[in-house]
Design a protein around this ligand. Structure first.
Ligand code: F6P
Length: 499
């Protein structure tokens, strides 16, 4: 029985982190794992042999092996929407027909990039990529992480409906040299379509005679894009079975592949494929995403941690926390199980974070001495992304490592204000270099970890009905269809619009 197994896990003795190191001289070797150019250090978590064994029993109770097999073979595991979750097919693992389809669609994307690079569609040097959620966060994060600054195309990703996001881009860009990329899985998302209309208006005002001729659409609903007036040859479809927050492996990354070169996209897929292979074929006690999920569940269910913090000690990865927020919170922020019964455990922790060393001087006070226990994840890259005095990069890495050590060791003092309790957990992910391949492996790690967390909770990580009600009410407010609103909302509307 699963609840029995949770009782067992909760009854395991709490051994402080420093005690775990004292007990086991091999701890670093056991809990430091390497894959695809990334070193994952779980040694500063409370995982030990007993905790891992207990979680493996839980994983068996929750039929993790069968769930992974069903997921990676393209079975219809997104039960509430009646479809498979096939982002891994984009990188070569899955139902053979889906893998072949993904490869053909990637080829189509590559061909369009060649056509644009050859100048056949116009003399483009600037790209506006419009999308929101999974249609923006991934591409924006990838581009920020991998761009070198000497690329042929300047790329801006705009997501917000707030005109203040789009207007500065329009003020700076040259309409005749701009390729407009509209990224939307459904091609119905209000923010994206309004922004797209505004860009087309701007193009017209700037004297572009055929604005729609400068548009590329990335979508799983090509018929909607055709209806919108976009020529079929410039629509890059992807499969309906690729979820929005899992879609950067599909044509959703077209703008990034155009800006950075298709090779970068191919390397991204190859890195993810290496992590897929590890996830699929490695026993649970050496399986990196699985161990990460065990630690997540330990802190959430056993130690009552409501949040997890991610700090990238690398400016190039500064957008990763935003991306992970959608991946983890939209996937696992659920309160019913796959059977439709209430979830009796806590679902996804709140994911938050920032960049080091900035965050050290802003929020780390709470991490070291606050009453909340916050598991921390540090990311750092050995090869620097800058060419300044190595003192910068060395200082960055040393600060990162020092924070993990300080959180763990703490420092006792008779002066209560200056007492550091320690025993605060962290995971460190150390990349040899930040390039498309290692980034692909890193993102696939996060996806699989999210999947395993969902499997252990028996929830569906692939739907997102929670976002629908707000969208529906925004439409109702806009329509002003006479439906009675609550008085508080009526008052806000009256103050803003006078009606
Ligand atoms: O509102 C949530 C959501 O559906 C996300 O899941 C998705 O990534 C985003 O909106 C954008 O949707 P689309 O790609 O269909 O425009």
């Amino acid at each position: 029985m699963t609840s029995d197994q949770w009782r067992t896990i909760k009854s395991l003795p709490h051994i402080p982190l420093t005690g775990l190191f004292d007990k086991d001289g091999q701890r670093v070797a056991k809990f430091g794992l390497e894959q695809a150019g990334i070193y994952f250090d779980f040694s500063k978590t409370h995982l030990d042999g007993d905790v891992v064994d207990a979680f493996i029993k839980l994983a068996n109770d929750m039929e993790l092996s069968a769930k992974v097999a069903a997921f990676l073979s393209g079975e219809s595991i997104n039960v509430s929407e009646g479809r498979a979750a096939e982002h891994c097919a984009e990188r070569g693992t899955g139902n053979p027909a889906s893998v072949a389809n993904a490869q053909a669609l990637h080829q189509r994307m590559k061909s369009l990039i060649e056509v644009i690079d050859a100048g056949v569609l116009g003399d483009f040097t600037q790209i506006i990529h419009l999308g929101i959620g999974g249609s923006a966060l991934g591409p924006k994060m990838l581009h920020h992480a991998l761009k070198l600054g000497d690329e042929k195309y300047e790329l801006e990703v705009v997501s917000n409906i707030d005109g203040a996001a789009l207007e500065p881009v329009l003020e700076r860009f040259d309409a005749k040299k701009t390729l407009l990329v509209i990224a939307s899985k459904t091609f119905t998302t209000a923010e994206t379509l309004l922004n797209a209309r505004s860009v087309l208006d701007w193009m017209r005002e700037q004297g572009v005679t055929d604005p729609l001729g400068q548009v590329v659409a990335l979508t799983a609903s090509p018929e909607q894009a055709v209806e919108w007036g976009i020529d079929e040859t410039r629509i890059l479809p992807f499969s309906e079975t690729v979820g929005g927050r899992y879609s950067l492996w599909s044509s959703i990354s077209f703008s990034v592949a155009l800006a950075l070169g298709y090779e970068a996209f191919a390397d991204l897929l190859a890195g993810a494929a290496a992590m897929d292979e590890h996830f699929q074929n490695t026993p649970w006690d050496r399986n990196i995403p699985v161990l990460a999920a065990f630690a997540d569940q330990y802190y959430t269910q056993v130690r009552g941690c409501a949040t997890r913090a991610v700090f990238a000690y690398d400016e190039r990865l500064s957008l990763l926390p935003d991306y992970l927020q959608q991946l983890e919170m939209e996937s696992n922020g659920k309160s019913v199980t796959l059977d439709g019964t209430p979830l009796e455990l806590q679902s996804s922790p709140i994911v938050w974070g920032g960049v080091g060393t900035d965050a050290q001087h802003a929020v780390f006070q709470l991490l070291h001495q606050g009453t909340h226990l916050v598991p921390v994840e540090f990311l750092a890259v050995i090869e620097p992304g800058d060419s300044l005095d190595p003192a910068h990069h060395n200082g960055l890495l040393l600060n990162c490592f020092a924070q993990g050590a300080a959180l763990m060791a703490g420092k006792k003092s008779d002066d209560s204000d200056r007492n550091y309790p320690g025993d605060r957990p962290s995971v460190t992910l150390l990349l040899e270099d930040l390039e498309a391949r290692s980034l692909g492996a890193l993102l696939a790690f996060y996806e699989h970890r999210t999947f395993v967390n969902a499997a252990l909770l028996n929830i569906n990580p692939f739907d997102q009905f929670g976002v629908e009600l707000g969208k529906q009410m925004a439409n109702e407010l806009a329509d002003d269809d006479g439906n009675q609103l609550d008085v508080s909302t009526e008052e806000l509307k009256k103050r803003a619009f006078g009606t």
